[in-house]
Design a protein around this ligand. Sequence first.
Ligand SMILES: Cc1cc2nc3c(=O)[nH]c(=O)nc-3n(C[C@H](O)[C@H](O)[C@H](O)COP(=O)(O)OP(=O)(O)OC[C@H]3O[C@@H](n4cnc5c(N)ncnc54)[C@H](O)[C@@H]3O)c2cc1C
Length: 246
Amino acid sequence: MMQSLELVRPSKAMDCIATVVASDWLTPTIKSIRLDLHNPDFAFLPGQSVWPKFERDGKRFSKIYSIASSPSQCPIVELCVSRVGWSSAYLQDLPIGASLPLRGPYGLMTIDRLPTLPRLYIVEGSGIAPIKSQIEWLYEQQYEHPVWLVQANPETPDELPYEDLWRSLTLQWPQFRYFETIRPESILQTIASFRNGIVSFRNGIDLDDFEIDICAVDDRSSQIRDAVLAHGANAAAVRSESFHAF
Ligand SMILES: Cc1cc2nc3c(=O)[nH]c(=O)nc-3n(C[C@H](O)[C@H](O)[C@H](O)COP(=O)(O)OP(=O)(O)OC[C@H]3O[C@@H](n4cnc5c(N)ncnc54)[C@H](O)[C@@H]3O)c2cc1C
């Protein structure tokens, strides 16, 4: 995974016909789906998304899914999809070799250069997708500031997507800390523990020293955002993305 890479800022969105090259369960409801975009010009920033195109009962529509892999893997991109309704089940059930038209990239909760501050990521469920892309890219750059991940999964609380990856990254990358929270209320307790000093901050850093990205479903993102602000985070350094159905 170690690979130094200059980020290529995508000039515009493009259409691709992707091929499914892998499809693996990460939890009982969440799948990793790897797509070959067959397009050497496709570029994206960590945290961006694509819009797969669907057709159902003669109607065409599109839904947005974050890219879960680092840009260094292009033209392979990974999606991390939670099974909730028709579109997500369609993606999860695509066999290896199936074609999927899509358009992208889009999205603003990105890294467009190497950041300079400690980074705290707080995610629930498949909200890990855009954050995994960011963390993998930061690891490839051997980012020298703290990178902390707080993860929960309300769908199956004791099974967290990519938990083995995060545990092994903890051993390989001293800047990385992983907080697994396996009870639904624990994510807010973990944030409170940062504030109360239960979790020690190396070099005296505090919650308001972090840039914080939050990604969860529906109004959970804003609930978590309110909690980090209540615990002293710097509002200008907090971003959140909400997975909701269009
Ligand atoms: C910016 C953005 C990025 C997104 N990225 C992803 C992604 O990387 N992975 C992903 O699985 N989904 C992602 N989504 C959600 C995705 O676009 C679809 O809305 C979702 O898959 C539901 O579509 P559906 O047709 O399967 O079900 P629908 O019948 O449309 O589902 C309806 C219900 O599912 C709930 N829901 C939507 N998304 C999720 C989810 N991820 N987990 C649990 N419940 C959900 C909504 O509350 C909604 O009530 C993203 C949404 C946005 C806005």
